[in-house]
Design a protein around this ligand. Structure first.
Ligand SMILES: [Zn+2]
Length: 323
């Protein structure tokens, strides 16, 4: 599906088969000399075909296009490597570049998952089903790194890079101040809640995410172009809802610990999830992965707030309420 959003900005809906996200939004800004493609899709056939068909309909040639990736997740980033000719730039956030480029990223995340309660068997299944593991970035090529305050100008638009860590450590939004447009990536979505997961002890995703929500709240925005689902207008209202959501989730994680210490995997099994599955045991391994990552993010936030503390037992990290 392709729609014209506003002058020279188009949205191509790229399908994500079998993924609860359903699709990712790729935005194309057309200009007379160069075009800009914001976010792309997974490195898989279905995404590639939808993208090529969309670009053809719009009369956009890859040789005349540059790319901007809001964050390192494979559904936004991976296809760019396959699409972008050598002569095209791929703008990528400096904050995500270090992590995305790590050869041992999956190995480290797997180790951390084990520390947080995953059995080896479930972990193996979860990793192999993970879209980032299966359809991730494969190419080795140069990226054009951007940071807070950098400007990407295209057509009539002056897009300011705004660091919004949380969903990923280097997540980046693009903001046109005079036109009051925000490309929000997965920082702010209207129909679904951006997932906030923690997969390393040096990450503080929920604390960073809440600060990034506050940062964007003060901006004047009339049109939000998100990474998934519907385009929307009321940014401030959505930010308030997302903040309330995380307050509720943190309370739920605390509630789970009421009867004694749990690791994050066990905590996740006692929280509620918006998934059509009667019991935790029946969750697909990949959903157990996302749920546990979110539980860790909330537990570590509570730890930073002094409400929860952790200890090691039997080689795993356990959390308990501070009495
Ligand atoms: Zn994402």
């Amino acid at each position: 599906m392709i729609e014209e959003v506003i002058d020279n900005i188009y949205r191509i809906e790229i399908p994500l088969p079998g993924n609860p996200l359903k699709s990712v939004n790729s935005y194309v800004i057309k200009d007379t000399s160069r075009n800009l493609i914001i976010d792309t899709g997974l490195n898989r056939k279905e995404c590639l075909e939808a993208m090529l068909e969309g670009l053809e309909t719009l009369g956009v040639r890859l040789e005349e296009s540059d790319f901007f990736v809001t964050h390192m997740h494979a559904d936004h980033f991976a296809l760019a490597g396959r699409l972008a000719p050598e002569s095209s730039r791929i703008y990528f956030s400096k904050g995500d570049a270090g992590r995305a480029g790590r050869a041992d990223l999956w190995e480290r995340m797997g180790e951390y998952a084990g520390l947080n309660g995953f059995s080896e068997e479930t972990l193996e299944k979860a990793l192999h089903a993970h879209p980032g593991y299966r359809y991730g970035w494969k190419q080795q090529r140069d990226l054009t790194l951007v940071d807070e305050g950098d400007l990407v100008s295209i057509a009539d638009y002056n897009l300011l890079c705004v660091c919004t860590p949380g969903h990923t450590p280097g997540h980046m939004c693009l903001y046109d101040q005079s036109k009051k447009i925000l490309f929000s990536g997965d920082h702010i979505l209207e129909d679904i809640t951006p997932t906030i997961q923690c997969w390393a002890d040096d990450m503080h995703p929920l604390r960073e995410y809440l600060a990034s929500l506050d940062k964007v709240y003060s901006m004047e925005v009339e049109l939000v172009l998100p990474g998934h689902r519907r385009i929307f207008n009321d940014l401030k209202k959505r930010i308030s809802e997302l903040k309330a959501h995380h307050t509720g989730r943190a309370l739920e994680a605390m509630q789970a610990l009421k009867h004694g210490p749990l690791n994050a995997y066990q905590t996740a099994s006692r929280m509620s999830w918006d998934i059509d599955c009667p019991t935790w045991e029946l969750f697909p391994p990949s959903q157990k992965w996302f749920a546990t990552g979110e539980a860790i993010a909330h537990l570590r936030f509570l730890e930073e707030e002094g409400k929860v503390e952790r200890h090691m037992a039997g080689g795993k990290i356990f959390y308990n309420l501070v009495s």
